[in-house]
Ligand binder design. Structure first.
Ligand code: FE2
Length: 330
């Protein structure tokens, strides 16, 4: 089966193609760049609509396939930002009707986890899902769904880094910038907020913001990064022991960060455990992960009725079972 996946939940439009015999054939992305501040939903949707035709063409070209050879369509249904998310869902519905092929809806975090498991061959890991909007510790239950064991009580880890960079006057607000800024920094005290298996970053953000102008920027950046990553890895370690797990897996955009990977490797070593992370290309939002997760979904639950292919902006991973029940799939 050759399945095309469409990702448009936030600033990235991704179109990827997965073949059940050959694996990932293509994974093309186009990113919306905000002119200042954060994502403007309508602008993100406009950007995706401008990029869609060219990206579809290049994804097919890289995969060495034609549109007429596509057997099925997969699409991210959420969570995400209304306007860009709806655009991707509409395009997927159109492609499915136009090509007369079946369609399957995918939960975006589930796709992040599954593509990372695919590359790492990880079995029931403690999942550290870290992105701009999401920070969760996940574990697969006996029914094959993911339970959220712990999570941020306010902002996502990626968002914490981005908003701090903007407060510091940086135009390029993304994690790798924070990493560069932190080079040579010294640690200064920061609030460390772990509540059982949950964490809170907002106090850390406020504290870092108040330090601007009073401490060297690289000291603040370094301390913010060390503290927020340590809090995140700590709850993963707590979950690891609670579930008597055997390995860790990091996924999502922030899983690309070298310092987070280093911390995770140290914690895994201390616990005699393996740890996994997908290649960077597959940790940021992308279409290949949606295509692959869609392939797995249809194997387990079959394809969806078109009436059930809707955008769900607040579609948490722990709502998958409820949605599948509602659609009559289980
Ligand atoms: Fe994501």
């Amino acid at each position: 089966m050759r399945i095309i996946g469409i990702e448009s939940t936030a600033h990235t439009l991704g179109i990827g193609i997965f073949d059940s015999k050959k694996g990932v054939l293509s994974n093309e992305i186009a990113r919306y760049q905000p002119t200042g501040g954060g994502i403007l939903p309508r602008d993100a949707a406009d950007s995706h609509s401008r990029n869609f035709p060219g990206l579809l063409e290049s994804s097919l070209y890289k995969a060495g396939t034609r549109l007429s050879d596509i057997d099925a369509v997969a699409v991210a249904q959420g969570p995400g930002i209304g306007a860009p998310l709806s655009f991707g869902v509409s395009m997927a519905r159109f492609l499915s009707s136009y090509l007369d092929v079946p369609i399957v809806g995918v939960n975006h975090p589930y796709a992040h986890v599954k593509i990372a498991e695919y590359f790492g061959h990880a079995k029931r890991p403690i999942v550290i899902y870290v992105s701009g909007g999401n920070t969760q510790i996940l574990f697969e239950n006996s029914e094959g769904f993911y339970d959220v064991l712990g999570e941020t009580l306010d902002m996502g880890l990626g968002n914490l880094c981005d908003v701090f960079l903007r407060e510091a006057g940086e135009k390029e607000a993304h994690g790798s910038k924070l990493n560069q800024m932190a080079k040579g920094g010294k640690y200064v005290r920061m609030p460390y907020v772990v509540k059982g298996l949950n964490i809170s970053y907002s106090g850390l953000f406020t504290h870092a913001k108040r330090m601007l102008g009073k401490y060297p920027l690289n000291d603040i950046a370094y301390s913010l990064m060390e503290t927020s990553f340590a809090m995140t890895v700590e709850i993963a370690e707590r979950a690891f022991h609670m579930k008597d797990a055997k390995c860790f897996l990091a996924c999502g955009g922030v899983a690309q960060d070298p310092r987070l990977k280093e911390m995770l490797s140290l914690v895994a070593k201390e616990n005699n455990a393996q740890w996994y992370v997908a290649p960077n290309e597959y940790n940021g939002d992308n279409g290949a992960m949606i295509a692959y997760a869609g392939y797995l979904m249809q194997e387990k639950y079959g394809f969806f009725d078109m009436k059930d292919i809707l955008p769900y902006p607040d579609y948490r991973i722990d709502r998958m079972k409820a949605l599948l029940e509602k659609a009559g799939k289980i």
